[in-house]
Design a protein around this ligand. Structure first.
Ligand code: ADP
Ligand code: MG
Length: 693
């Protein structure tokens, strides 16, 4: 976060090779690391008065010299340390740790003790207080007492080598005296926000004057993180604003023919989205828009219309999806809509043969292929478009921010439409997509009924399978999802491959079953998926490879085994695979309530049963798991903030976004803001920890 302070800690006074080595144990190697090494708690030693006037039954700090220390035998032997100042006597009592305590203090040592003061038999006492020996000099009294002081975590080895929390406190105090942190924010912005100067904020994180300072300091650093991130995103995209976007219209002949041939009417939300997109496409600047819509809200149609407008304008369009299955499916959908119009649609994933691939690349480069659908294979350097007018990125959160930008690198002025089905809380959307305008598809196609969701214990499984039979007899299809592919011997964890055989030969015999998981060869995966989509399979036994985007309208049952092992966003995605047609659909979550369900798992299952609204689910997920894990495993491109808390700091996210936009309007390359520019350039958008360094 402070690139200018990425110098070894040993450059500080009082830190030699040995301490440098010890500090590594807690991840501190640079001066920046040291300054951002946060206390894990604080002790309030600000209320400090002579022993005799300390209020009883309150948390207090006393600073006084040791008079004596002795073990007092008895039924519960205790170690009693007597402190005395001019005003009176204080007894500190411990019921354990006597061996250490006897050697820890010498008569005459000046101690700061903190804790609850009680009166016991007429004596002033503290039981098991926080104790620190402080030296009786100016530094000792300034750094370690008389204020709210920081406590740092240290390792056993650090303690053994005399780098205790207390010693670390001195090192950090010293560093704060020595280091000047330049202020990155323009003064008017800082004043407008009422933010602490950066140097003050960092100092107050360690040595607050009052408790309230800590939160004010955290917010200042949180704002900086969010601002740097926003600026980085915008600078990245801005490069591509240099060329004007091709002027395109949704009212061209291809679109009119496509819409006329649809078996249904677009929903109101789809119409609104199309009109917003239409304005973007026409106004000469490249579009940067996020289309957010719950699973099944019909984003693909909107994307296809936008893509056709590119072709109407004499350009090409590309659609990138995160998995091969999805790319394949999108290719089929787009082809079904576009091929009757005489357009050429190519699908590029990692698995075309050399010959096919060469042919596709040539088609793209010469402009013979109008629409390209694919995975990140589209990003490879040898993929060149004759004239790319629009790039669509589906299920965006699975791609990094850089990948989203990379597709545009293929063509300077291309329009960008990003689509995400994972409803994400507002604060996260503003952060991740801070550079994009947002359109929300807040309406499902008509006739959809909410998916009935139930949580069943494992013994009810048979009943669930009988129900599944009935659904298939009535013309439906079903998914059964398992957390793992193969039995690992782990108790109670059902595996897809094992269960597939059991079910096929047992309770589901008579139905047509398919097995899908990530380790199948791509051709087989595709064949199974196609068979299921065409209705020649009744039941798809699968792992979460089907999680995102798969669209089979006839599927009416989603059964999830070991549902407690899935994240909330994932469960919602899985449930979104059903309820896509007119028939009523069901989601059955199997998880034993008597098993060792964690409170979080229970909360997730209850949330699923309680609501079908993706946005509600997303907010709950953010609360249950915290923002760091909202997307399951850490994904490249997902920013992890150290100070900002996206569940609480929505106001900061918002102001960082506004300030970033305004600043770049006045100084597009931050040429007049050197310190800030260097900070922004050091933001790493690729790693899980976006702000490391
Ligand atoms: P998602 O937003 O999850 O990507 P899809 O684009 O896959 O949703 O659409 C889900 C299903 O709804 C598809 O089968 C699609 O054909 C259908 N669909 C889309 N728009 C409409 C509409 N306006 N009326 C009826 N069905 C629609
Ligand atoms: Mg989709």
């Amino acid at each position: 976060m402070f690139p200018e302070l990425n110098v070894p800690v040993s450059t500080l006074r009082g830190v030699g090779a040995k301490r440098e080595d010890l500090l590594c144990e807690v991840g501190i190697s640079t001066v920046a690391d040291l300054l951002l090494f946060l206390p894990y708690r604080y002790i309030d030693r600000s209320r400090q008065s002579p022993i005799a006037v300390l209020p009883v039954d309150a948390e207090v700090t006393a600073v006084a010299p040791v008079r004596s220390g002795n073990v007092v035998p008895g039924r519960r032997p205790r170690f009693v340390l007597v402190l005395e100042d001019e005003s009176g006597i204080l007894e500190c009592v411990w019921f354990s740790g006597h061996r250490y305590l006897r050697r820890a203090f010498a008569s005459g040592d000046l101690l700061a003790v903190g804790g609850k003061l009680t009166r016991f038999g007429g004596k002033r006492q503290m039981v098991h207080p926080d104790v620190e020996v402080i030296s009786d000099n100016e530094e000792g009294t300034r750094v370690h007492t008389g204020r709210v002081i920081p406590v740092y975590s240290t390792t056993a080895r650090m303690k053994a080598e005399r780098l205790s929390s207390r010693a670390l406190r001195r090192v950090i105090y010293q560093a704060l005296e020595e280091v000047r942190l330049p202020e990155p924010l323009p003064e008017p912005m800082r004043a407008r926000l009422g933010a602490l100067p950066l140097g003050d904020a960092v100092r107050k994180l360690h040595f607050p004057d009052e408790r309230q300072d800590i939160e004010a300091a955290r917010r200042r650093l949180a704002f900086d993180e969010l601002l740097y991130f926003q600026l980085r995103l915008r600078l990245l995209q801005a490069v591509r604003f240099e060329k004007p976007g091709p002027s395109m219209s949704l009212a061209g002949p291809l679109n009119s023919r496509m819409l006329a041939a649809l078996p249904f009417e677009p929903t109101g939300a789809q119409r609104r989205a199309l009109s917003e997109i239409g304005e973007d496409l026409a106004d000469g600047r490249p579009m940067r828009r996020l289309l957010q819509g719950d699973v099944g809200s019909g984003k693909t149609l909107v994307a296809t219309a936008a893509m056709l407008s590119a072709v109407d304008a004499g350009a090409q369009a590309a659609l990138m999806a995160p998995t091969e299955i999805l790319a394949q499916q999108h290719a089929e959908t787009v082809r079904a809509l576009a091929a009757p119009l005489g357009l050429v649609v190519a699908c590029l994933t990692g698995r075309q043969s050399q010959r096919e691939r060469r042919e596709i690349l040539q088609g793209l480069a010469w402009g013979r292929v109008h629409l390209a659908v694919g995975t990140h294979a589209l990003l490879q350097e040898d993929v060149v478009f004759a004239r790319l007018g629009l790039a669509v990125v589906d299920e965006q959160h699975r791609f990094g921010v850089l990948q989203r930008a990379a597709l545009l690198e293929k063509e300077g002025g291309a329009h960008l439409l990003v689509m995400t089905a994972t409803p994400i809380p507002r604060s996260l959307a503003l952060t991740l997509y801070g550079d994009l305008e947002v359109t929300v598809l807040d309406e499902l196609p008509p006739g959809r009924q909410p998916v009935k969701t139930g949580w069943r214990a494992a013994p009810d499984r048979e009943k669930a399978y009988r129900f599944l039979h009935e659904q298939v007899s009535a013309g439906g299809q079903a998914y059964i999802v398992f957390p793992v592919i193969e039995d690992s011997g782990a108790r109670d964890i059902r595996a897809a491959a094992t269960a597939f055989e059991e079910l096929r030969d047992g309770i589901l015999s008579g139905l047509r079953l398919g097995l899908l998981h990530g380790r199948l060869p791509p051709a087989e995966k595709e064949a199974v998926m196609t068979a299921f989509r065409r209705g020649s399979l009744d039941v798809l036994v699968s792992t979460t490879v089907i999680e995102v985007g798969v669209d089979v309208p006839r599927a009416t049952v989603m059964m999830v085994e070991n549902a407690e092992r899935f994240g909330l966003a994932q469960l919602h995605q899985l449930r979104g695979r059903v309820g896509r047609g007119a028939a009523g659909s069901y989601c059955i979550l199997i998880a034993n309530p008597e098993g060792d369900l964690s409170p979080d798992a229970r909360a997730r299952l209850e949330a699923m049963a309680a609501t079908g609204d993706g946005f509600e689910i997303a907010e709950m997920d953010l609360k249950i798991r915290g923002p760091g894990q909202i997307f399951g495993t850490r994904q490249a491109g997902y920013p992890e903030f150290r100070f900002a808390d996206l569940t609480r700091d929505v106001d900061l996210v918002r102001s960082a976004r506004e300030e970033a936009a305004e600043l770049l309007d006045r100084d597009p390359n931050l040429e007049r803001h050197d310190v800030l520019r260097r900070r922004v350039e050091s933001v790493n958008l690729e790693g899980p920890s976006a702000l490391a360094g």
